[in-house]
Every structure is written in structure tokens, then in C-alpha cells.
Design a protein around this ligand. Structure first.
Ligand code: ARG
Length: 595
């Protein structure tokens, strides 16, 4: 008799039972169980779909089964006795529908409260070193909405792996090196000179870099229009690269100013990142390129040093014909560093899909160099995402055509939320505590922006709309935050210590809506496993939204407070709140406890 666990993934446990059945019934077939949730709850909770493909595989062999249904029956006959599956049935050509044991589900819900959710994290990732390269804006250029997407998606992926017990390195691969610094430094030098001539100090000031966008614009204009300035800017790049102290000081001042802006945004969003910009890898570039050349991985083509990757229409250029190193050279060095020094098991890059080919080339070149081995690892993944569009369906820009400033975006989300919350308080005749409104408005406003991004599959382009994301109904953070507050309110009103209750009272599931809710709660690890498998945060938002729907439907039919089943149902309610909070946490959203 196989005894079910009280925690972890039910789907994985069902799969284990079927793995055992498959190897008993068909010891030589060497197939993995295919177990998935049933789309239609009427048929079952899960289904095993191995019979059809296995039938095909066995065709023509000795004692080949006559129909897929025979295969399904043979699998069922070999299913070990267990206390997880209550009943099975056959459907269609050979689907095996599975209904879970209610007590097993009830025990899992109870254990969510008594043992906590740590034991419900997806397995197999604990202790693994996961490097996630995300956000990664460029110094002195405005951080745009694409970087916001990278920041939001990357942070959620980090949080999921952290929950799984992985050793996560959150890297900000800031664009802090490159030829644009020549013109910036040279322009700053001219401003300095003018200051000296007017009797001022011979040093850069923070004021010179107060408006980085303006600095960039002014320098770029001169670079495009003044031949003499262009030449000086080019020379400045060489000086900076050779470590000239004055140039380095200006460069550092620019980076520091940029960093302050980025940090302000990360603090607001509650995102932590370790800055390790492109400049960090600069000392490694020459060595890497030389090594690739010596190994014959890189070859000279038209003066440039290139790695040709099979199946790719263009090569990866690791050194330009003028001897300069670029974005690709840096990514090769960064990959190498993450493999050798960080000892990463999985490296994940979060950027717009426009960079897909770049990463295919980098990964391909690394395989060619033998740094990565197919099917052996370490793993590398590019998590590409689509565009953020304005309400007009075009690239998201302000009316003046500029890129939208992220800070203003967050401000607007927050102030709209503050207005709604204040109104609600006033309508209810409550006193308005401004500090509380501010905190709630941040949670809601920033949460709404994050959620609106995460709920779309990452590769789809989505329209940025305050009205949509702040909608009180539907699949929005605002709706879910209120739903959670309402649920927390039920427990508060019950006035009992639910954790003391959980320690003494078992959860019992009788009403079909109770069972449905418990089943969905038990699916938490599976939703997260799917999110990891596809590196797709929308798996978590889908799960969370479904949970709130399942709860609503339970709450309509099942009276909680004052009912005969009050104790058990309170536990179900608290478990729902706890799981919702776990999802919020993974999405980087702060929960609200009151409406
Ligand atoms: N700074 C780059 C950009 O803004 C993104 C860097 C992504 N990371 C990397 N290792 N290439 O497009």
C-alpha cells in the first residue's frame, strides 16, 4: 500500500503511481507517465494519457494490444494500491480519469496551515545555483518600459526559485560601458572648461549629471553635428579604456547618477538586484577572444572576429574589425564568468524578444566552445518578452513622442488608487488615515502595474491601460487584493485562533464546492512547477485568479461563520488566504488586509 504524503505536489504523486504501473505492465516500454489536470472537472481531477501513444509504440510487437483501451486497462490493473486515488474510469479511446481521495486532499489543506507552505514548493530546485540576468538598463539613457517588464518578470522568476530553495543570484547587467561614454565625458570636459574660464572650480559636479537624459541629448547632438567634437569623443573612449584618471572620474560620476535613479525605482518596486555591469567584464574580453581564436572556434571574417553557429544566418561578432569589443564580446565573457566563477546550474536572461537571435548566437557559440554541453548542462535560457503598447496599439510613448518615464507611470497608478481608497473610506463614514491610504495606494498601484504585465503570456504585446489594470472587477491586482482583504475579514470576524484550531481539528470535505476549493489549493506546487518549466509568470496569475473564483463559488454555497462546519471551513478560508498571500509574494505584490 502506497501512502500519500500530506504535502508537495499531488500531480507528481499521481505520476509516481502511474510510473510504477507503467513499469509493471510494460517493463520494456521505457515511457514516462503523462499526467495532467482534467480540463472538465466532471470527468475527474487528473488524467493519465499514456495509453494512446503507448499503443502506437507497441503495434507490431509480440502480444501487441488490440486497442488503446486494452493498454489503459493493463496500466490500471498494475496501479499499486494507494490512499491517494479514490476512483478511476476510462474515457474515449483510452484516457484514464482519476478522482482523488477527499481525505488526502483535506490532509494537504490542513498541512498548509500546520506545517506552512515551505513544503509545497516545487521540488528539484533546492540548492541549485540560478543566475538571473534581468532589468539591466543602460547608463545615461532613460530606463524604459521594456526594462520595467524585464524587472517585473525577472523579479518574479527570482522569487519563485528562492521559494524553491535555489541559490539565486540576481544580476543587473547594466549597460555601463561602451562608446557612448566618449561623447558624454568630452561634453562634460567642455562644460568644466567653461566653468574654469568663468572662475569656477576645475572639477565635475553632481549638477553636471543631474539630468542625464539632457546630458545624453546635448552630447549626441554635438557628436552628430560637430566633426571636431566627434573626433575628440572617439579619443575620449580610448582614454577611458586605457584607465585615464580624469575620464574614469567622469565616467564614475555618470554611473553613480544613473544608479541613484535606478535604485529609486527598485526601492519603490521592492526589487533587489546586484549590479554587475558590462564594465565588470572588460578586463576579461581580450583573453576570451584570444582563447576562442586559438581553439579555432572564432575565425576572422572580413576583418572581424566571428563565431559561426550552425543554423544561424549571421555570425556572432566577438571583436569588431577596428579591434573594439562590443555587446556580444561582453556576453561571452559574462557567460563564462557565470559558469566558471559563479558555478551556475541555470542562467536565465530576461530581455525583449528582439534579442532572441543574439542569445541563440551566444549560447550556440558557448556550445561550440565546449562551455555548455547539450543535455548535460548547465542550462541557459533566454526569457523573451513582447512590447508594451499604448492604448492606440502603437509603441508606448507620451504625446510628445518621448518614451514614458517610469517614475511618472508609477506615480499615476498610485495617485489613482489613493483617490479610490479615500473615496471608499469617506463613503463608509470612516476616518481617513493618510499614512494608511499612502501604504495601501502603493501596494495597489504598484501591484496593479506588475500584475497587468505578469498576467499576459510574456511573449504577447499588451496594451498599457490604467483603466484596465485598476478595474475593480476581473483579473486585476486590485480585484484580487480586495478579494484577499474580504477573505482575511471572514477569518477576523470568526474571532478564533485558526492555527490553534488547525492543530486540533481536521479539515473535512463534504460539499462539492469544498472539495473543488481544496483541490485547487493542492495544485499550488503544480502551477509553480509549470511557471518554472515555461519560465512563464502568467501561470501564477492564472492560478491565483482561479483560486479567487473557486473561493467565491464555495462561499456562495457554503456558509462559514455560524454553520455546523464552521471549524473546518474556517481552515479552508485561512488556507485560501495563505495561498493567495504566497502568490502575491511571488508576484512581488504586497497584500491588503482591509478594504
Ligand atoms: N542593457 C541591455 C539592453 O538594454 C540588456 C542587457 C541584457 N543582459 C545581457 N546579458 N545581455 O538592451
Amino acid at each position: 500500500m502506497v501512502h500519500t504524503k500530506d504535502h508537495g505536489s499531488v500531480r507528481a504523486e499521481v505520476a509516481d503511481l502511474f510510473r510504477s504501473a507503467l513499469s509493471t505492465a510494460y517493463p520494456n516500454a521505457g515511457v514516462e507517465p503523462i499526467v495532467a489536470a482534467c480540463n472538465n472537472a466532471k470527468n475527474g481531477d487528473y488524467q493519465c494519457n499514456n495509453a494512446m501513444a503507448l499503443f502506437g509504440k507497441l503495434k507490431g510487437s509480440e502480444n501487441a494490444p488490440k486497442a488503446p483501451r486494452d493498454v489503459a486497462n493493463a496500466i490500471l490493473a498494475a496501479l499499486p494500491a494507494n490512499d491517494l486515488i479514490a476512483e478511476t474510469s476510462l474515457a474515449g479511446p483510452g484516457f484514464i480519469n482519476i478522482r482523488l481521495n477527499k481525505d488526502a486532499l483535506a490532509r494537504r489543506v490542513g498541512s498548509m496551515l500546520t506545517d506552512g507552505l515551505t513544503k509545497f514548493a516545487p521540488e528539484g530546485h533546492a540548492g541549485k545555483k540560478v543566475v538571473i540576468d534581468f532589468s539591466s538598463p543602460n547608463v545615461a539613457k532613460e530606463m524604459h518600459v521594456g526594462h520595467l517588464r524585464s524587472t517585473i518578470i525577472g523579479d518574479t522568476l527570482c522569487r519563485v526559485f528562492e521559494y524553491c530553495g535555489s541559490d539565486v543570484l540576481r544580476l543587473n547587467h547594466v549597460g555601463d560601458w561602451g562608446t557612448q561614454f566618449g561623447m558624454l565625458i568630452e561634453h562634460m570636459a567642455d562644460v568644466r572648461k567653461a566653468r574654469v574660464a568663468a572662475g569656477g572650480a576645475d572639477a565635475d559636479t553632481d549638477e553636471d549629471v543631474a539630468d542625464l537624459q539632457e546630458l545624453y541629448r546635448a552630447a549626441k547632438k554635438r557628436f552628430d553635428e560637430e566633426e571636431e567634437f566627434k573626433t575628440r569623443a572617439r579619443e575620449a573612449v580610448t582614454r577611458l579604456q586605457s584607465g585615464d584618471a580624469t575620464s574614469l572620474a567622469s565616467w564614475q560620476r555618470i554611473c553613480a547618477a544613473s544608479r541613484r535613479e535606478f535604485e529609486a525605482l527598485y526601492t519603490r518596486l521592492g526589487v533587489t538586484l546586484q549590479e554587475r555591469g558590462e564594465s565588470f567584464y572588460n578586463p576579461m574580453l581580450k583573453g576570451i577572444v584570444d582563447e576562442l581564436k586559438e581553439a579555432g572556434v572564432a575565425t576572422i571574417d572580413d576583418g572581424a572576429t566571428c563565431v559561426f553557429v550552425e543554423g544561424q544566418s549571421v555570425p556572432l561578432i566577438v571583436q569588431k574589425s577596428d579591434g573594439g569589443f562590443g555587446y556580444a564580446s561582453t556576453d561571452m565573457a559574462a557567460l563564462r564568468h557565470r559558469l566558471n566563477d559563479e558555478k551556475a546550474d541555470w542562467i536565465i536572461y530576461v530581455t525583449d524578444v528582439g534579442q532572441s537571435q543574439h542569445f541563440e548566437l551566444v549560447f550556440g557559440a558557448a556550445r561550440k566552445a565546449g562551455w555548455l554541453k547539450e543535455d548535460v548542462g548547465p542550462k541557459v535560457s533566454h526569457v523573451g518578452f513582447g512590447l508594451v503598447l499604448g492604448e492606440d496599439g502603437k509603441r508606448f510613448r507620451t504625446r510628445s513622442g518621448d518614451l514614458v518615464r517610469l517614475v511618472e507611470l508609477l506615480d499615476e497608478a498610485k495617485s489613482r488608487c489613493a483617490a479610490t481608497i479615500r473615496e471608499r473610506r469617506q463613503e463608509a463614514g470612516e476616518e481617513v488615515d493618510e499614512a494608511e491610504v499612502e501604504a495601501a495606494a502603493c501596494a495597489m498601484g504598484y501591484g496593479a502595474v506588475k500584475y497587468a504585465d505578469l498576467k499576459n503570456h510574456r511573449t504577447t504585446n499588451y496594451k498599457f491601460s490604467f483603466d484596465d489594470m485598476l478595474n475593480l472587477k476581473g483579473n486585476t491586482a486590485v480585484y484580487l487584493l480586495y478579494a484577499h482583504a474580504r477573505i482575511a475579514g471572514i477569518v477576523r470576524k470568526g474571532g478564533k485562533d485558526v492555527y490553534a484550531l488547525a492543530a486540533t481539528t481536521p479539515v473535512t470535505l463534504e460539499h462539492p464546492k469544498e472539495v473543488e476549493l481544496a483541490l485547487h489549493l493542492a495544485k499550488l506546487p503544480d502551477a509553480l512547477e509549470d511557471a518554472i518549466e515555461e519560465l512563464a509568470p502568467n501561470r501564477i496569475t492564472d492560478y491565483l485568479y482561479d483560486l479567487s473564483e473557486k473561493f467565491n463559488s464555495f462561499y456562495v454555497d457554503c456558509k462559514v461563520l455560524g454553520s455546523e462546519q464552521e471549524a473546518s471551513r474556517l481552515l479552508l478560508v485561512e488556507a485560501t488566504a495563505v495561498v493567495m498571500r504566497k502568490c502575491f509574494e511571488l508576484l512581488g505584490i504586497k497584500p491588503l488586509y482591509r478594504i
